[in-house]
Design a protein around this ligand. Structure first.
Ligand code: ATP
Length: 329
C-alpha cells in the first residue's frame, strides 16, 4: 500500500494512558457509569500516517480506502471501518465538508505503527483515534486553505468516538468526570516511573464493568466494592512528585471485578511487589498491571523479574506524564 503512488499527507503521534485513580459510580440509565478518574499519559505511543492513495476516494461520504499495521500483524486490531483511527479520519472529513463546503478529496490510506499493547487498558485504540484526528485536521486545513482546528476544537469529535479519546488528545495529567471524557487539567510533579506488565490474553472493558455491577448487586454493603469518587489523596500525591506518597494513593474500583474474572492476574501482582515495586494497580479495566517504582532502574527490574517468573507476562518501562496527540510532519 505504501508503494510509489502513496504520498504521505500527515503523520501524528499519541500516547497511552495510565489511570492513577479510577472511581466508578453506579450504572446510569444511558448504560454508562459515572466516572471520577485521574489520568496521566505515559511515554509509550502509536504513530498514525495518512497517505494519498492513487485510487480516488470511494463513492459516498467516506475517503478512507484502506488501513495497514506497519508494526506487524495483530488479529485483534480491525483493518476496516471498525478501527477507531479510520472512523476518526472520516469524522474530521465530514466536519470540514459541513463547515467549509464539499470538496473533491483523494482516497486516504492509513498506516498505524502500534507500540501500545492492544486491549491492555492503556487506551491504544483511543490514542490511534486521537493521532488520526490531529493528522486529518492538519491535512484538511491545508486542502481547504484554512487554519487547523487544533486539539481543543477536536475534543468534541473525539468524545463521539470513545470516552478515552479526549484525554489521549490532551495528554498530561487530568481529572475525567462524567464518562471520563469531561476533563480538568491537573498539576503533577514528575516524572513517575512505571513497569507496565501486559498479558497476551486481553480483557473486554464491557465485561469488567458488568462484573462490577453484578458484584455490587450481590453484596451492596461490601466496603471494597463502594464507589471511590474522591480524588483528593491522589491529587495531593501527584503534586508532591514523590512516588512513595503516590503509591498508597493509587486506586481502581474496577480491580475487584477484573481479578474475579481473571484470578490468574493475582500472581503477577505478587511477583511485581516482590521485585520491588512501590505499589501495583490494574490499569483501567486490565489486564495490564501498572507498577509504580522508585526510578527507571527499579521499573526495569520489575519488568525483568516478572517476565522471567511468569510465562505469558511481558512488560515495558514507561514514564508519566507525557504529551497529548501532536503532529510530527
Ligand atoms: P481502553 O483502555 O480505552 O479501554 P484498551 O487499551 O483496553 O482500551 P484497545 O487497545 O483500545 O483497548 O482495544 C480495544 C478493542 O478496540 C480492540 O480489541 C479492537 O477490537 C478495537 N479497536 C478499534 N480500533 C483499534 C485500534 N486502532 N487499535 C486497537 N484496537 C482497536
Amino acid at each position: 500500500m505504501t508503494g510509489p503512488a502513496a504520498v504521505p499527507l500527515a503523520t501524528a503521534r499519541a500516547h497511552a494512558k495510565v489511570n492513577l485513580h479510577l472511581g466508578v459510580g453506579p450504572a446510569r440509565e444511558d448504560g454508562y457509569h459515572e466516572l471520577s478518574t485521574v489520568f496521566q499519559s505515559v511515554s509509550v505511543s502509536d504513530v498514525v500516517t495518512l497517505h494519498a492513495d492513487d485510487a480516488p476516494a470511494p463513492g459516498g461520504p467516506g475517503v478512507v480506502t484502506g488501513l495497514r499495521l506497519s508494526s506487524g500483524a495483530n488479529p485483534e486490531v480491525p483493518l476496516d471501518a471498525g478501527n477507531l483511527a479510520w472512523r476518526a479520519v472520516e469524522a474530521v472529513v465530514s466536519e470540514y465538508r459541513r463547515e467549509h463546503g464539499p470538496r473533491e478529496l483523494p482516497g486516504v490510506l492509513l498506516d498505524l505503527h502500534k507500540s501500545i499493547p492492544v486491549a491492555g487498558g492503556m487506551a491504544g485504540g483511543s490514542a490511534d483515534a486521537a493521532a488520526a484526528l490531529v493528522a486529518a485536521d492538519a491535512w484538511l486545513a491545508e486542502e481547504y486553505g484554512v487554519a487547523p482546528r487544533g486539539v481543543d476544537k477536536l475534543l468534541g469529535l473525539g468524545a463521539g468516538l470513545g470516552a478515552d479519546v479526549p484525554f489521549t488528545l490532551k495528554g498530561g495529567s487530568a481529572l475525567g468526570t462524567d464518562r471520563g471524557d469531561r476533563l480538568t487539567t491537573m498539576m503533577s510533579r514528575g516524572p513517575f516511573h512505571w513497569a507496565m506488565i501486559t498479558n497476551a490474553r486481553g480483557l473486554s472493558t464491557g465485561a469488567v464493568f458488568a462484573k462490577l455491577d453484578e458484584m455490587r448487586a450481590a453484596d451492596p454493603a461490601k466496603e471494597t466494592l463502594q464507589p471511590h469518587l474522591d480524588t483528593g489523596a491522589v491529587s495531593h500525591a501527584m503534586i508532591s512528585g514523590d512516588p512513595y506518597q503516590l503509591g498508597p494513593a493509587l486506586h481502581n474500583d474496577l480491580q475487584p471485578a477484573t481479578l474475579t474474572l481473571r484470578p490468574d492476574l493475582r500472581k503477577i501482582h505478587d511477583a511485581g511487589m516482590n521485585a520491588g515495586a512501590i505499589n501495583g494497580i490494574i490499569s483501567g479495566s486490565g489486564p495490564t498491571w501498572a507498577f509504580l517504582c522508585e526510578d527507571e532502574a527499579a521499573a526495569q527490574e520489575v519488568v525483568d523479574q516478572v517476565s522471567a517468573d511468569i510465562a505469558p507476562a511481558s512488560g515495558m518501562v514507561v514514564r508519566s506524564p507525557d504529551a497529548g496527540a501532536h503532529l510530527l510532519y
